[in-house]
Write a protein that binds this ligand. Structure first.
Ligand code: CS2
Length: 498
């Protein structure tokens, strides 16, 4: 048995003998970035960019303080404490090479659930220049159909009554920004890193709606002083498995309770509008642009939607991972047909980008055999994802008379798995979705009312009123509910003339 070493600051030098470790001091720096939502993605993306920048440059004003606002963050909080907020990033290359590296750019982690004060104080601190977010598509608290802030959320109601006891991200941001304004400190930049078109504009609109209900003067100050850059973020980051943790110990002797795995590809395109300075991220490959819209639309409608197409059809067929889907020729041709015939036409020309090359690279990334990105991760929270990744493409193609058949089958497959909770082999499907009960209730009426699932207006808007869509959708659900071979319908759709 290999000698094991606990990952922590004191052991970094020794760990440096078997993998790269931070070559910068982590002791006295300023936490210029406060990050809410320290999931695997943040740790493979923004925290990795900052780590690379610090490795090559003296950069004492920028480190990250992570923030957890959900019960689920407690585990990471406790694990992080034991290992001085260090973690291993395991980059998995398609040729089988595994490159682990210890990341040191996160130096602190605070939970805001039972005691919000330290979190508000951290965000209101003079050293904080950026508050960044990865709170998932569902965390923005808006109604997908109307685009309005959801004041019915009981946590929002509660924090509007008790501004010193915030619960959601909006309550915390408001309390901190109020403190900054009252102390005549400059505002921080609010930087969204979630997969939402116009993510910066979205968080601006939501935050201002919330603040107006609490303190209209503060809303005016925020509207003038806070910058909300839009950004497109990209790196496939599967869920860490017990095998990842054990392999790190067996092959390298490192004991790390919370490593992150990811693909080698990484991209971040950001609008260069910051209220209070930023790290020179361009030195490590971040692209700063004046308008991120074409990039974000391309990524959401091709990559994220492509994931959902493979994930929702794959889960029903019984493929466990995205790379298993790509190894199945029919799934690859189906995906490519969706990308070419439905997603690409709604994108138009994107300056400086060859969309054919981009799609080829997506298929190669999805096929990385070492990533083993589970279809259950992709299908999780579909109710927050599809209204941003797939349904707009259907609507835009309906408006122009374009093809919708590939995407329509995906919606029918989503209905079937929400209803039955099993795949075509009869094995249970793992469903993680904030709306799982509502989805199941609607889907189970399909046998008596084939359109029941798409009557959920908050997800599908008025799609149910479109005859072309409902005709194709009805046909798709009927096939899925009466036959057992999902690949058969995929083939039928590929060859059908419509
Ligand atoms: C995925 C994304 O969750 C999903 O459905 O499509 O997490 C995807 O892996 C990332 O956006 C890649 O940048």
């Amino acid at each position: 048995m290999k000698k094991t070493i606990q990952l922590n600051q004191a052991n970094l030098q020794e760990i440096g003998n078997c993998m790269p470790v931070p070559n910068y001091s982590r002791a006295s720096d300023k936490t210029g970035i406060v990050h809410i939502g320290v999931g695997g993605f943040h740790r493979a993306h923004l925290a990795y960019y900052l780590h690379q920048l610090k490795n090559g440059n003296a950069l004492s004003d920028w480190e990250i303080c992570g923030i957890g606002l959900r019960e689920g963050d407690t585990k990471l909080h406790n694990n992080f404490k034991k290992q001085d907020h260090l973690y291993t990033l395991i980059i998995k290359h398609p040729n089988g090479k595994i490159k682990p590296e210890v990341i040191g750019s996160i130096v602190d982690f605070k939970m805001g659930i039972s005691n919000p004060e330290p979190v508000i104080a951290q965000m209101a601190h003079a050293d904080t220049k950026i508050v960044s977010l990865t709170i998932t598509e569902g965390g923005y608290n808006f109604n997908p159909t109307t685009g309005a802030f959801n004041f019915d959320n009981p946590d929002v109601q509660d924090e509007l009554q008790h501004p010193n006891q915030p619960r959601t991200v909006y309550g915390f941001l408001t309390a901190a920004l109020k403190r900054r304004r009252d102390a005549a400190l400059p505002a921080f930049t609010l930087l969204s890193c979630d997969n939402i078109e116009h993510n910066g504009d979205m968080v601006r609109k939501m935050l201002l709606s919330f603040v107006k209900a609490q303190d209209p003067d503060l809303a005016n100050w925020i509207a003038q002083e806070v910058c909300f850059p839009n950004s497109m973020v990209d790196r496939i980051t599967p869920v860490t498995t017990p095998t990842d943790i054990n392999t790190l110990t067996q092959n390298y002797g490192i004991v790390d309770a919370c490593p992150v795995t990811c693909e080698p590809f990484i991209q971040w395109v950001v609008e260069d509008t910051f209220s209070n300075g930023r790290p020179a991220f361009e030195k490590v490959g971040v692209q700063f642009v004046s308008d991120v819209e074409p990039y974000e639309k391309m990524k959401l409608r091709l990559l994220n939607a492509g994931h959902s197409v493979l994930g929702l059809l794959g889960v029903l067929h019984g493929h466990p991972t995205i790379n298993a889907c790509v190894e199945d020729e029919l799934f690859t041709s189906y995906l490519r047909a969706f990308l070419d015939k439905e997603a690409t036409p709604v994108l138009g020309e994107i300056e400086g980008i060859n969309l054919e090359d981009y799609k080829d690279s997506l298929l190669a990334r999805f096929g990385n055999p070492n990533i083993k990105d589970s279809v259950s991760r992709i299908c999780s929270e579909s109710s927050a994802k599809l209204p941003k990744f797939l349904i707009p493409t259907i609507n835009e193609n309906l408006a122009t008379g374009g093809s919708i058949k590939f995407a329509t089958l995906v919606i029918a497959a989503w209905c079937y798995s929400s209803d039955k909770g099993i795949n075509r082999q009869g094995q249970p499907i793992e469903i993680t979705d904030a709306m799982s009960i509502e989805l199941h209730e609607a889907a189970k009426q399909t046998t008596t009312d084939p359109l029941a699932f798409i009557r959920q207006e908050s997800l599908f808007g008025n799609l149910v009123e479109n005859d072309r869509f409902t005709a194709l959708y009805t046909e798709a659900v009927q096939k899925i509910y009466t036959n057992t071979d999902i690949k058969k319908y995929m083939t039928d759709i590929m060859i059908s003339g419509r």
